[in-house]
Design a protein around this ligand. Structure first.
Ligand code: ZN
Length: 373
């Protein structure tokens, strides 16, 4: 039986070059109107009981080739539960080996977070007491930008995720954070809701997510380079969210991402903004360092090089919000690889760990919310 390979579903991405026996040669399709690619998600059918060899021939030209060494693709027998597969990278080709138990096997760069799951989660959270749901507006493909608001406190906390749609761990993080915030038995969440108003955008880039993009929206724009001057034509997602932020102000902000290369969760701040001051910067450092003390799934040793004074990139949300609002603002990065400091050989970095880090970040915020704003 010939293998049948499909990515014709929400978030799917693959191009079939050749199928021969138990082997398939494949390519990842670049984001529409962009050269970025690295996200893949597809189903192999007719695969029952076979030892498959799936080769991604254009891996070497991906956005972050440094993401492939020591990376393991995720596979699933039911499109729900994901584990790591035997994966190797050599000569620009990513080779995934996996045995299919049932007829179909799903493969992805990371556990997907579908548009259906997004809609169901938003509906479930919005139905809880004290929660409001608002559609800020529509994307270029006509999808809603969903905003969840809860809490009664004066401090304005904004949490937003998935500017880069292939970084699905970011929306898993949001799911964990939202579930905690609406849990009536969670005393920390109750205290946070008394002290702060939470504004949550679980998916900043629903078009890119549905299209199976790595990094950009429907017209190939990287939303996290638009925050200095978003436009309705290029980046309505950012324009809508920034207008809502202007209406509330922002005291604390977290932009949630995934990083292809670094095998650990880490933070990036707003060093180098024109209005930098040590109090605002010190609160960011305190949040980062206390989070690392709280959980083995976050650390401060590995991360990005920080900007020099005056060199911050104000087109990126974290620096823009720190400069614009004086906010304690930060970018959280989680790994596509495993956390090498606390590895899980079966799942690697996973939806469950992303959700737990969301809860840990809220516990960490609760410990210092009185100092913020
Ligand atoms: Zn990102």
């Amino acid at each position: 039986m010939t293998l049948s390979i499909s990515s014709d579903f929400d978030g799917g991405n693959i191009r079939v070059i050749a199928v021969e026996g138990d082997r398939a040669d494949l390519e990842i399709v670049p984001d529409h109107m962009s050269d970025f690619y690295q996200w893949f998600y597809f189903r192999v059918s007719g695969a029952g009981g076979r030892d498959l060899t799936l080769r991604i021939l254009n891996a070497g030209g991906a956005a972050y080739p440094g993401g492939w060494p020591d990376y393991r693709a995720r596979v699933s027998h039911d499109d729900e539960t994901w584990r790591q597969a035997d994966t190797g990278y050599a000569d620009g080709v990513l080779t995934i080996r996996a045995k299919a138990e049932g007829d179909s096997l799903w493969l992805a760069y990371f556990a997907p977070y579908s548009s259906d799951r997004h809609a169901a989660t938003v509906a479930r959270i919005a139905a809880q007491p004290g929660v409001t749901h608002k559609v800020l507006g529509e994307t270029l493909d006509g999808r809603p930008i969903d905003l969840i608001t809860l809490g009664d406190g004066p401090k304005q906390v904004w949490l937003y995720a998935r500017q880069h749609p292939g970084e699905t761990m970011a929306e898993w993080w949001m799911e964990g954070a939202m579930e905690k915030l609406v849990d009536p038995d969670d005393a920390t969440a109750t205290a946070l809701r008394q002290k702060a108003t939470f504004h949550l955008v679980p998916n900043m880039n629903p078009d890119g997510a549905a299209r199976g993009h790595l990094r950009t929206n429907a017209v190939g724009v990287n939303l996290n380079r638009e925050w200095h001057a978003p436009t309705a034509e290029q980046s309505p997602e950012v324009k809508l969210v920034l207008a809502a932020m202007d209406a509330t102000g922002v005291d604390f902000a977290m932009d949630v991402h995934g990083d292809e290369a670094i095998p650990a969760a880490f933070m990036a701040g707003f060093e180098g903004i024109p209005s930098w001051n040590d109090r605002q910067g010190g609160l960011y450092v305190k949040f980062r360092d206390t989070l690392a003390e709280r959980t083995a799934d976050f650390q401060t040793r590995l991360g990005y090089v920080v900007a020099r004074p005056g060199q911050a990139n104000l087109s990126m949300s974290t620096s823009q919000l720190a400069e614009r609002f004086g906010a304690v603002s930060m970018t959280l990065e989680m790994p596509f690889k495993d956390n090498f400091g606390a590895p899980d050989p079966v799942q690697g970095w996973s939806p469950d760990r992303s959700k737990q880090l969301g809860r840990d970040c809220l516990d960490n915020l609760a410990a210092m919310i009185d100092e913020i704003g």
